[in-house]
Design a protein around this ligand. Structure first.
Ligand code: FES
Ligand code: FES
Length: 160
C-alpha cells in the first residue's frame, strides 16, 4: 500500500515495505543520494537526515516510523537559514576531504545549532560524537560550526 512522506517540503508517495529503512527509500525510491550508507547500524552518522528538525540515523529508521513527520535531507537543508549558514561555513572553511561523511556531519551540525545557537566546544563535541570521519576532518568541522554560530551572534536572529 502506498505511503506518503514529506521530503524537503514536498509530499512524496512511495510503495515500499513498512520496514524499509528511510535511507533506502530516499536513495532508491526518491533519488536523494546525499544521505550515505556507512555502517547501516546507527553507528557512523553518514546517513543522518532530519525528522521534524531532529537528527536521525535514516539507516535504522523504518519508513513506517516517519508518519506525517517532515524529512529534510542535505539536498534541502539550505532552504533553512541555519542550514544555509552552516553550508556556507563548510565551504568557507573547506571542511571536506573525501566528502563521504560530510552530508551527515552538516545535518548533525544544523540540528545542534537549531537547538543550541551558541554551543560550547563541549556541546559541539557531544553533539557530533556520533558522526565519524575516516579522513579526520574533525578540527575543520568544529571550526565551521563555530563560524556558523558566530555569524548568528553577529547577524542577529534568523528569519524563518
Ligand atoms: S549508515 Fe547510518 S549510522 Fe552509519
Ligand atoms: S571527509 Fe572523508 S570520511 Fe569524512
Amino acid at each position: 500500500m502506498p505511503t506518503m512522506i514529506k521530503v524537503n517540503g514536498k509530499p512524496r508517495e512511495v510503495d515500499v515495505p513498512d520496514e524499509k529503512p528511510l535511507l533506502w527509500v530516499l536513495r532508491e525510491d526518491l533519488g536523494y543520494l546525499g544521505p550515505k550508507f556507512g555502517c547501516g547500524a546507527g553507528l557512523c552518522g553518514a546517513c543522518t537526515v532530519h525528522l521534524d528538525g531532529q537528527a536521525v540515523r535514516s539507516c535504522i529508521t523504518p519508513i513506517n516510523a516517519v508518519g506525517s513527520g517532515q524529512v529534510t535531507t542535505i539536498e534541502g537543508v539550505s532552504a533553512n537559514p541555519v542550514g544555509k549558514r552552516v553550508s556556507e561555513a563548510w565551504t568557507e572553511i573547506d571542511v571536506p576531504q573525501c566528502g563521504y561523511c560530510q552530508a551527515g556531519q552538516i545535518m548533525s551540525a544544523v540540528a545542534l545549532l537549531e537547538s543550541n545557537p551558541s554551543p560550547t566546544d563541549e556541546d559541539i563535541d557531544s553533539a557530533m560524537a556520533g558522526n565519524l570521519c575516516r579522513c579526520g576532518t574533525y578540527h575543520r568541522i568544529r571550526d565551521a560550526i563555530r563560524k556558523a554560530a558566530s555569524q548568528k551572534t553577529a547577524g542577529g536572529a534568523d528569519v524563518r
